[in-house]
Ligand binder design. Structure first.
Ligand code: ZN
Length: 290
């Protein structure tokens, strides 16, 4: 089966291009959506080269410069689809997004990962531009739980699940992919999100906010990458199977890392072949066609 990883990054977690390609081959991944991450240095805590390369390269636009995505795609054009999300506070953000599409063929607006509420006017303008350009937006959400030191600023991104709803309502012509702990914790209709980013082995209470939003807003899709997507599904495999079957047209296989646990879990659910084909490539392809 053809497989598209709908969320990964260049030079991410210390992995260079040759190792990235070897890793894709090892797990049968044909193509990867290669996303940048651009924001000021004070918006992310870990700038070491074993995580992101931006500071090592002296790049001021952010931890994962779009230039590195372009570099990968130029060296292995058949294997990568480019994503770029300029900092919406940049005066030229919308023009940069257009140029990334026109000059470099970027197809995704991502990764949106900034310490701001995503329903602010600058973000909405960029997201609407992405909609006009037919570029889906990959959004990282996180509550302020990541660091528990009382005297340190906490690492939140994007706002709350209500912020997401406001964005979906405000930009009906833009397609969005929900991603990261602040999104996936809402798979369950409980209050664990107030104190825990990655609830594990906690049975899901059905019809959480994600299911509610998927039913209400046709422009929402789910990116199952990273621990957040994996744990949200694997914490309750019975629920995961029903969730995937109900929203089989709205869920994309994605990693944001280099292990194979997402495939291992999906393949353990004994889903129909046609549903697997949507998860592994069909939904990703359809999102970029529309
Ligand atoms: Zn992310």
């Amino acid at each position: 089966m053809k497989i598209i990883d709908a969320h990964n990054h260049p030079d991410w977690l210390g992995i260079d291009l040759p190792r990235f390609l070897k890793n894709m081959d090892e797990y049968g991944i044909d193509k990867t959506w290669l996303l940048g991450w651009e924001c000021p240095r004070n918006e992310y805590h870990d700038g070491t080269p074993s995580v992101v390369a931006g500071p090592l390269l002296g790049v001021s636009t952010g931890p994962i410069p779009f230039a590195r995505c372009v570099s990968y795609a130029e060296r292995a054009p058949e294997r990568f689809i480019l994503g770029y999300a300029p900092d919406p506070r940049d005066e030229d953000a919308c023009r940069k997004l257009c140029a990334a599409k026109e000059i470099y063929g970027a197809k995704i607006c991502g990764e949106a990962k900034w310490r701001m509420m995503y329903n602010n006017p600058d973000c909405l303008r960029l997201f609407r531009t992405a909609g006009r350009l037919k570029m889906p937006v990959t959004m990282h959400f996180g509550y302020d739980l990541q660091f528990t030191y009382e005297d340190r600023r906490r690492e939140w991104f994007g706002g709350t699940i209500d912020t997401l709803e406001d964005v979906l309502r405000s930009c009906p012509d833009t397609k969005f992919l929900g991603h990261a702990p602040g999104f996936w914790v809402h798979i369950s209709d409980d209050e664990l999100w107030k104190g825990c980013e990655y609830p594990e082995n906690a049975p899901v209470i059905r019809d959480g906010r994600i299911a509610q939003l998927l039913r209400k807003y046709p422009n929402l899709f789910c990116d199952i990458s990273a621990g957040s997507g994996l744990y949200a599904l694997s914490r309750d495999p019975g629920h995961a199977k029903d969730f995937i079957l109900e929203f089989q047209d709205r869920i994309l296989y994605a990693r944001d890392c280099f292990h194979n646990r997402h495939q291992d879990f999906i393949n353990s659910l004994e889903l129909p072949e046609a549903v697997l084909a949507k998860l592994y490539h069909g939904n990703a392809e359809r999102l970029l066609e529309e």
